[in-house]
Design a binder for this molecule. Structure first.
Ligand code: PAF
Length: 282
């Protein structure tokens, strides 16, 4: 496994691979890798000749300086985990390497990027599109793998790929959960054990809401999730939206469409830590 930190070295390594017309899988990450990332990497290794994993905490997608500063950085442990998974290249550049000049490009894919995370984190998806488009240009992958925990991110990246005619297949991968149901996230490492136990209520209540939804309206299901979570000490729902799985626009009736997701963001604990999760209703 090669660990590369410059674009030049990356291009050099990939040029030989491209000449041989090998299939390249890309797994973009911000590091602090866990079993969720490992599942994306395993799938890429299975489906491609070569897997490139990028490890880069992308500053342009953070709208909160504290969040950026507190984001866990564990490159050594990340490389150890990746070396066991059959990865060919780890690309771990510096900020200066990726952004020698400020990236002034603007990406906008309304209405997909203007709801939920997009409405609450101004500039977040613009930053995601900046880094992901750069990585796609640098690596030219055949396939790129993203976790469904960031459900809206996948929809925005799909919209970007379509708008810019980027020849890459976007491969969404299911959320990996702890035994408790808590969706794996690099941010979980910032929770105390007690906060982590509290956070398990997020998935518990989302799972319970699927049965509840069979007998209740969209509005009642929405109210049930928000009120149950907000009644737990240490949790505060930022938003919960029941949306069409393609357009990400709110649905009013279960009959409105045949693909419906519930997307949630909850603040957990004293700091607090912002956790996201989602559930499929149909
Ligand atoms: O999902 C993430 O970890 C990041 O948003 C991504 C796709 C690696 C871009 O920085």
């Amino acid at each position: 496994m090669q660990i590369i930190s410059t674009v030049k070295e990356l291009e050099k390594s990939l040029s030989a691979i491209k000449k041989e017309e090998k299939a390249i899988g890309l797994v973009p990450t911000m590091g602090a890798l866990h079993a969720g990332h490992a599942s994306l990497v395993k799938r890429s290794v299975e489906e491609n000749d070569v897997t490139v994993v990028s490890v880069f905490v992308n500053p342009t997608q953070f709208n909160d300086k504290n969040d950026l500063n507190n984001y866990p950085r564990t490159l050594e442990a990340d490389c150890l985990l990746l070396s066991d998974l059959g990865v060919t290249i780890v690309f771990a550049p510096t900020v200066e390497e990726i952004y020698p000049e400020p990236d002034t490009r603007k990406f906008s894919y309304p209405p997909i990027d203007s709801v939920m995370e997009g409405a609450r984190r101004p500039g977040h998806f613009n930053g995601v599109c900046q880094i992901v488009s750069k990585l796609f240009n640098m690596v030219s992958p055949n396939k790129a793998y993203f976790g469904e925990k960031d459900f809206q991110q996948i929809a925005v990246i799909r919209a970007m790929v379509k708008a810019l005619n980027i020849p890459v297949e976007i491969c969404p991968c299911p959320i990996i959960r702890e035994e408790t149901g808590l969706a794996l996230s690099s941010r979980n490492t910032l929770l105390s054990e007690e906060e982590k136990a509290t956070a398990t209520n997020i998935s518990r209540i989302l799972f319970a809401s699927v049965d509840f939804a069979a007998q209740h309206s969209v509005k009642e299901t929405h109210e049930m999730v928000v009120s149950q979570l907000n009644s737990i000490d240490g949790l505060e729902v930022e938003y919960f939206q029941i949306v069409d799985g393609i357009t990400l626009q709110p649905v009013n009736l279960w009959e409105d469409t045949d693909y419906i997701m519930g997307c949630i963001t909850v603040y957990c604990g004293a700091r607090p830590i912002r956790l996201i999760d989602n559930i499929k209703y149909k």
